[in-house]
Each structure stands twice: as C-alpha cells, then as structure tokens.
Ligand binder design. Structure first.
Ligand code: NAI
Length: 704
C-alpha cells in the first residue's frame, strides 16, 4: 500500500480489513496521507472478501488531524484533501469504523465522524480545538458533530476547543463502543463484524438529522460568547455553522462551513493564535541546551510558606500527582493555608472539574509540617515566604545544609535578585533558580523560570519540564528587577497613572484597554491584586529612583488613605457587593498630584490611551529582549497572554506591534519622548525599523 498506510487483517476475522495510518509523530494529514488512505479504502471496497474496514492511527495512536504547517499555504492541486477523504469514508459502500486510541482531534475527529462506527479505548480523547487557533473546524466538524451529538453538545465541544475523554462523551452518541486498551483492534474488529452481520450498520453521518432540544440554543450561545470571546470572530462563526447544520442538507452546510473557514484562516485573529501555538512550542527550547540534556527527577516537593502563593503552588503540584509538603512557621497561617486548599478542591468538585475521588487523592498528596527538617527528602523545594531579602537569604543558607544533594532549590520571589539569593547557599548556586508563579497560582498559567548566573543547565530545563508537568506555560527569564513580566507591566501601569494626571479617568483607561481585549483594565487589576503590595515595593526601592524622572504619587496617596483596593472595599474604585463604581474621592487626589507636578490637564483621546500604555509596554519589551532577559520575542508574548490578560487573539504585545507596524510604533514613541523625556526609544526597536524588520524577523534570525 502507499507510503503512509498499511492494510492488515486480524487472523480469524478476515472480513474486516484494518487500515493503519503511519505518519509519525501524530499521524497528521500531511500532503499525500489522504490520498494513500483513499487508495486503500477504494481497493478494499472492490474486494469481495471484505465486509468492513477499520481505520486507525498507527504508532502512538494519536490522530492529529490537519498539519498546521500546511495551513494558510497552497495544497497541490493533484492531491486529494482531507475533505475528499472524509466524503469517501462517508460514502463508502463497505462500512468504515474508526478506532480512537489516543488524542483524536480536529481533522482527526472529523475523519472519525465521516466513518459509520466510532470505537474507542479508555485512552481515547476527542475534540475540535480549531477555535483556539482562530478558525472553525474546516473539514465538516460543524456539520458532522451536531448530527451525531445534537446541536447544543456539539456547540459546547466546538466552542470549548478542549479535548474530552471519549469515555465521558460516549453517551452523547459520538462513540459506538468502548474497547479495552490491550485488545483494542481485535475487539473493534469483532464488534464491527457482529454489527455488520446483524444488519446494524448505523446510517451515514451525512444522512442524519440534527437534534435541537431548545430553539433558543443559538441565541443563548451568542450571548454567552459575547462575554467570553470579546473581540473575537471565530467562535461566532462556529455558532453560525452549527446553526446552518440544523437548517440545510449536508452539502450546503459543508459549503457554508468552507466559506466561513476560508474567511477566518486568513484573518489576523488566526495568524495571531497560530503565532501563540508555535510560541508555546518554542518556549520549551533553550538555545545551547540540547533536547537530550540531563534532567533531575522530581517525585516529591516541599513548598515553604502556606500563604497566598504557597497554598496555590501546592494545589498545582498535587494536581500533577506529585506529593508535596508545605512547611510553615506560623500555626495560624498553616491552618488558613490548609483550609484554602481543602476549599479549592471542594470547589473544583462542585464545579464538576474533578471527581470526588480525584479531590481525595489530591488532598492526600498534600501534607503539612512546621519543621525545616521536612526538606531533607524533597527533590524540589519552592520557597514562597515573605518578599524580604534577608529572610530569603537565611532560608537558602539553611536549605543548602538541609536539602539533599541534587535537590532543586527554587524561589518564587517577584522582584528580588535571584543571584543574591543563590549566593546565600554558598556553594549550591547551580541548584538554585527562580520559579515565579502568578496569583492565584493554581489558576494563572504563567510560570517564569528564572535563570541565575550560575543555575545549572539541567536545573533550568528540569524547571521548565516541571512547569509543564504542573500545567503551566513556562517561559525562561533572566535576572532583573521584576523579571520579564513585572518589569514591563510596571511601565504600562505607570503610563496609565500618568494619563489620569493628564485628564483621563480610571473608567476611561480601563474601558479602552478592555475594548482592546485586555482581560481587565489596569486599575481594576491593581485593585484586585491589592494596592499595598506595590506601595510597599515602591517604598523599599524609592532610593533607587532617578529623582529627575517623572513619578506619579496617585497610587501612594490612595494607599495613604488606607485604600488598598478590593480587600478594603476602596481603591481606584469603590466596591459594594463586589461591584465596582468610580471612587468619588479619587479625582481630588489626582488633581493634587497633577498640580504639584505642574501638569496641565486636558482631554485624553482613546487612541492616546492605547498608544501610551501599550507602546510603553512594547518599548520595554524591546529592551528586555535586547538585554537577553527574554530568549525570544515570542516568549515575551506568552508572558503577557498567560500572566497579564493580554488577548491571545492579538498574539501578545510584540506580535501585535509587528501587525501595527514597528515604524508607526517607533514614530509615536519618538513623539512621546519629545514631550516627556522618560520615553527613551529602545535601541533594538530603532534598529529593526531602520532595517525594515519585525520582532518575528529577530526571532527567526536568532533561531537560525
Ligand atoms: P504571604 O504573606 O501570603 O505568605 C508568606 C507565608 O510565608 C506566611 O504564611 C508566613 O508565615 C510564611 N513564612 C515566613 N517565613 C517563613 C519561614 N521561614 N518558613 C516557613 N514559612 C514562612 O505572601 P505571598 O503573597 O504568598 O508571597 C510569597 C512570595 O511569593 C513572595 O516572595 C512574593 O513576592 C511572591 N509572589 C507573590 C505574589 C502575589 O500576588 N501575592 C505573586 C508572585 C509572587
């Protein structure tokens, strides 16, 4: 048979031929694969000794679907496409079954849905993840899935984009039979043979009707999507396509889906989300450290501190099945942390995210201790105690004595110098790195893996792998004040505050940036995080500030009133029953600081809000990049998408800047610099503009 398929028979059931797709690593539908499968199906259809065909992915059993590398590129005209293959499967006279044995996603699932039977092992996972890269399913998913599981379930699956365990969705009608992992092919073959013999072949998917239980289902979906997918297009296209499936014969539905798919595939939203997809894969690589670098085994963990961060970090670790001990020196804090963890697991059960058994398993993985002796057996120790250099240094000096040889010693510091903390170990600097989580640590996806001057390569890559294992998007950062994220975000927040002094309101700034796509406006974020944290940091670093540089005292004066944001019910906003309204006393503070600083207020346009806040971010990102604090522009994009609510569909600040045009960004920065001498244009940005290049070009050249 062709390069990408093999055809076999189970010895005793020769009426069912087994076609195995062989295109490692994920059996993607690269050029040539659909044709080989089609040739096999056609040959078997002509074979009188064949009653049915079982199609399956070879190797690891993953059916990866479309090859993302071919997306947006021309497909050779003499080569059949996945859609041709699916049409053939649907039409095939000899019924075809698909054996799901692992992730069967996107076009992988569409192929399975083109078949008459879907049979799965317990390891099977199904899903239509396309919405995550800014497109609807493009090979019939929006037409087939509703025909199999009904309009509502189909829409939920397509809009979530998340894979579901085949076992969990078997009842929806998507899976005809579950088989055991050990004997999957034989059981699937025997099931199909039995059904065919008994004349119980299910109808062609294309010939089924769509079940719609609730006529308002589409309007309700659009209303929910308007909140969840602010600024995006693809999710709404998915809803339109599923709705069409309920109204037209399949051929029209498929044509409609195709048209809408093509509209989306060339959109900026899709380009941005594809960029994010590849950025995530890039972030796992560290230049100069090979794939086969040694890794440290991490089978047990200790977290120091049961506070806001420590408890959240322990929840992530237990979630990955790793036993974790929290060491706390304060009995009350320990009780609070323990309660928070128990409440979180209970909440996850209540929301249906995990089963009660799973919650029980995770709870048992977390233990508590009040003695540092508990660190002795841990493979990794993550320190999350007060943000105080002396406290951290004494802890790391102690860890150097008590942690076993080869243990990784990590700090969750937000701003402190990881090299100085490492030096306190006096000889174990190679074991030390930063693992900077974001609050709430069990929810936020970002993990900055901070590489100290002396961090061993294997410790760094083990940190990255550990991050991945506990469900984080891990990004390498060098050492500087605030690392990548907090350093750059400070510039963004600073501009937002300056704009208040120049005449904007907090509501205006927050609204404009939310409309741009940020998850929350900067002032709402600060109120949520607690204004006192930044205030304490500003006070402790006041001596480092350049006295000639513009400084807004708005945030400090707010804190002096005892307003720390949501936790005190007042900050940039006033909170009653959790709902924010503008703080009526804020303007007087803004006016006072503006007067002191001799700032003339005026109206501030919405465009100015975008440019001032976001170009400030881009400018600082360029500095972070050139200093080597970030390994690549795409890493910085991931930091802001996963840690700071930057819209993924805009691809992160640097991808977005590329789409705006760096010359335009730089021109605005130069203009702002004339008015305020604190806007020093980043040399890298200037160079890229001179050379007519983008941040993406910078990444490509660095990777070459
Ligand atoms: P927290 O004040 O809520 O918790 C710190 C805990 O550490 C307290 O319960 C304290 O009793 C305990 N502790 C102090 N010394 C200890 C010792 N020697 N041994 C064991 N436990 C000890 O502080 P939070 O907010 O959890 O911050 C912890 C660290 O995480 C800080 O370095 C902070 O900068 C960093 N961080 C905080 C974020 C946040 O949003 N809160 C975000 C990212 C990092």
């Amino acid at each position: 048979m062709g390069t990408f398929v093999s055809v076999t028979r189970e010895q005793d059931m020769s009426q069912i031929a087994v076609v195995t797709i062989d295109n490692p690593p994920v059996n993607a539908m690269s050029i040539g694969v659909p044709k080989d499968i089609m040739d096999a199906i056609e040959t078997l259809n002509a074979d009188a000794g064949v009653a049915g065909i079982l199609l399956k992915a070879g190797g690891n059993g993953i059916s990866g679907g479309a090859d993302i590398k071919t997306q947006g590129k021309a497909w050779p005209s003499d080569q059949p496409k996945v859609t041709d293959l699916i049409r053939l499967l649907d039409r095939s006279e000899k019924p075809v079954g698909f054996l799901i044995q692992n992730a069967t996603l996107g076009a992988g699932l569409e192929i399975a849905m083109g078949c008459r039977f879907r049979i799965s092992t317990p390891a099977g996972k199904v899903g239509q993840p396309e919405v995550k890269i800014g497109i609807p399913p493009g090979a019939g998913g929006t037409q087939f899935l509703p025909r199999l599981v009904g309009a509502k379930t189909a829409m939920d699956m397509i809009l979530s984009g998340n894979p579901a365990r085949a076992e969990d969705v078997a009842q929806t009608g998507l899976i005809d039979r579950m088989v055991s992992a050990d004997n999957a092919v034989a059981e699937a073959v025997s099931f199909m043979a039995g059904e065919i013999d008994a004349g119980r072949v299910p109808p062609r998917t294309s010939e089924r009707d769509v079940q719609v239980d609730d006529p308002d289902v589409f309007e309700t979906a659009r209303e929910t999507a308007a909140k969840k997918f602010r600024g995006r297009t693809a999710p709404f296209v998915c809803i339109d396509c599923v709705e069409i499936a309920t109204k037209t014969p399949i051929a029209e539905g498929l044509a409609y889906e195709r048209k809408r798919f093509l509209e989306c595939v060339g959109s900026e939203e899709a380009a941005s989300l594809r960029h994010v997809f590849f950025a995530e894969r890039q972030a796992r690589k560290v230049p100069g450290i090979g794939k086969d670098s040694a890794l440290r085994v991490i089978d047990s963990a200790v977290v120091l501190g049961a506070g806001t961060m420590g408890a959240g970090i322990a929840i992530c670790i237990a979630g990955a099945g790793i036993p974790v001990t929290i060491v706390e020196k304060n009995e009350e804090a320990l009780q609070r942390g323990s309660k928070r963890i128990a409440d979180t697991f209970a909440g996850q059960v209540q929301k249906g995210r995990i089963s009660a058994d799973e919650a029980d398993r995770r709870t048992k993985l977390v233990s508590f201790d009040m003695s540092m002796e508990a660190v002795a057996t841990a493979d990794i120790v993550i320190e999350a105690v007060f943000e105080d250099m002396d406290v951290k240094k004494s802890i790391f000096a102690d860890l150097a004595q008590k942690a076993k040889p080869g243990a990784i010693l990590a700090t969750n510091t937000s701003y402190l110098d990881v090299n100085e903390i490492a030096a306190a170990t006096d000889g174990r600097e190679a074991d030390v790195l930063g693992l900077h989580f974001f609050s709430p640590a069990n929810i936020m996806k970002l993990l900055e893996v901070v590489r100290g001057d002396k961090t061993a390569d294997e410790v760094l890559v083990s940190g990255l792998k550990f991050g991945e294992r506990i469900g984080k998007t891990a990004v390498v950062s060098g050492v500087c004040h605030g690392f990548i994220g907090n350093r750059v975000f400070a510039k963004y927040n600073r501009e937002a505050e300056f704009l208040l002094q120049e005449g904007a309101t907090a509501v205006q700034v927050d609204t404009v940036l939310k409309q741009f796509g940020m998850a929350m406006g900067p002032f709402a974020v600060r109120d949520l995080a607690g204004l006192d944290i930044g205030w304490a940091m500003r006070k402790s670093t006041a001596h480092l500030r350049n006295p000639g540089e513009r400084y807004s005292r708005v945030g400090d004066l707010i804190c002096e009133q005892g307003w720390f944001g949501q936790k005190t019910g007042k900050g940039f906003y006033v909170y009653e029953n959790g709902k924010p309204t503008p703080n009526p006393d804020l303007q007087a503070i803004i006016d006072e600081t503006a007067r002191e600083a001799g700032i003339v207020t005026d109206t501030v346009s919405d465009d100015t809000v975008i440019e001032r806040c976001l170009y400030a971010m881009v400018n600082e990102c360029a500095k972070v990049l050139e200093e080597g604090i970030a390994l690549r522009a795409s890493d910085i994009d991931l930091v802001f998408i996963n840690g700071y609510g930057f819209p993924g569909w805009r691809g992160g600040p640097l991808h977005w800047a590329d789409t705006v045009g760096l010359a335009k960004v730089l021109a605005a920065i130069v203009y702002f610099n004339e008015g305020h001498d604190f806007w020093e244009p980043a040399p890298l940005l200037q160079r890229l503009v001179q050379e007519g290049k983008t941040f993406a070009d910078w990444d490509r050249e660095k990777a070459a």
